[in-house]
Design a binder for this molecule. Structure first.
Ligand SMILES: [Zn+2]
Length: 57
């Protein structure tokens, strides 16, 4: 069984880099590290379709 996935895009609150992470379509939150500065963020599905809300963890 394959779970559909969506791309979560989030903006690093530290350096402003846009990051992308593939997450299961039914998930509302995830954790990811900025690919540029490695800051760990909690990322939550926002009101906007593509961009998710990120908070420094
Ligand atoms: Zn960053």
């Amino acid at each position: 069984m394959t779970v559909p996935a969506v791309t979560a895009e989030w903006v690093c609150t530290r350096c402003g880099t846009v990051n992308r992470k593939l997450v299961p379509a039914d998930s509302d939150e995830t954790e990811d590290r900025c690919q540029h500065c490695r800051a760990k963020h909690e990322v939550e599905r926002g009101k906007r379709k593509v961009f998710w809300d990120a908070e420094l963890d």
